[in-house]
Design a protein. Structure first.
Length: 107
């Protein structure tokens, strides 16, 4: 990567933009806390704002926007394991091997 002045200005410009967006989302967070939402709605709003702020920090300050192939691979692997963990209780409840085992409660 070459370090010429135009490239440095471009990266500084992106840092300043992300800083301004982080300040805006911080103001939005404070404003959202003033609404006294119900707990599920407040958690949802807080998680959406935190996810947006975190993704901006990760993409620009941690330079993950340049590593798209690795990031998408990690996200895909995470999604596969997450779906597997969600399906695990369903698969165990559909298991018919435990019928008639000594550990099941007698009715």
């Amino acid at each position: 990567m070459q370090s010429d002045s135009a490239e440095i200005r471009k990266s500084v410009r992106s840092y300043v933009k992300v800083f301004a967006m982080l300040m805006l989302f911080t103001i939005i967070t404070v404003a959202a806390s003033r609404f006294h939402l119900a707990v599920p709605a407040a958690i949802t709003v807080a998680l959406i704002i935190a996810a947006l702020k975190g993704s901006m920090v990760a993409a620009v300050f941690m330079h993950l926007s340049h590593e798209k192939r690795w990031v998408y691979g990690a996200l895909l692997l995470t999604a596969v394991f997450f779906i597997g963990l969600l399906l695990l209780p369903l698969l165990t409840s559909l298991d018919s091997v435990a019928i008639g085992s000594p550990w099941t409660a007698a009715k």
